[in-house]
Design a protein around this ligand. Structure first.
Ligand code: SF4
Ligand code: SF4
Length: 201
């Protein structure tokens, strides 16, 4: 969950139409109109990336009149379906997917089961990926893939690539490097998930 207190606004006179903000926005909130950046305030999650990247100080974050509470309600989704999706992605439902917003994996899973198809959708629905935007991205991609969604990074490449984890190591590499105990570690995780554990110890 994220409480969004601010909102990005563009100064039309200062905007030079470079589109850097549009490229970096994690929620797809920015588009161009008559060569000037405009923000959809319903989608802005106040990450301030557009403000940081703007070369002409055209962006300011202003306080919202009412804070916006952003979260995917896990109670709207069958818990067994959340557990099944998390298990397919080799993630525990209660483990943290985003340390910036303290959001558990089950919330991202609920967003997907409620219709999120892209990392941007998940960011809009949960607020995750609007802090550092880095460490949650691998788990987001694994959850979407586990739900059968083929991901295609946007042409302007504003996604962090999926970080390698033990799940990405090919079986033959794991087998031929027994000293790293990769297969054993994978087995421990999978057995815990199969055993119905919802959290990392
Ligand atoms: S980064 Fe700044 S100058 Fe460039 S399009 Fe966005 S608001 Fe305009
Ligand atoms: S979500 Fe972040 S990058 Fe996108 S408009 Fe809001 S503050 Fe700017």
């Amino acid at each position: 969950m994220k409480v969004v207190n601010y909102l990005s606004q563009m100064d039309k006179d200062k905007c030079i139409g470079c589109r850097l903000c549009e490229t970096i926005c994690p929620t797809g909130a920015i588009s161009m109109f008559e060569k000037k950046a405009v923000v959809d305030e319903n989608l802005c999650r106040a990450c301030s990336k557009c403000e940081d990247v703007c070369p002409n100080e055209a962006v300011i974050l202003v306080e919202r009149t009412e804070p916006l509470m952003v979260s995917a309600d896990v109670d709207t989704v069958d818990e067994a379906a959340i557990d099944e999706l998390c298990a397919k992605a080799d993630l525990f439902p209660e483990q943290m997917i985003c340390a910036c917003t303290m959001t558990p994996v089950k919330e991202a899973a609920a967003a997907i089961l409620n219709g999120a198809r892209t990392p941007e959708d998940i960011s809009v629905m949960t607020g995750i990926r609007t802090g550092c935007g880095i460490y949650c991205m691998g788990a987001i991609q694994r959850l979407l893939n586990a739900n059968g969604i083929e991901l295609k990074p946007p042409a302007n490449n504003r996604w962090y690539k999926q970080c390698l984890s033990m799940w990405d190591i090919p079986d033959d590499v794991a087998k031929s490097n027994p000293g790293y105990f990769i297969e054993e570690d994978q087995g421990i995780y999978r057995n815990k998930i199969k055993g119905g554990e919802r959290d990392v110890e």
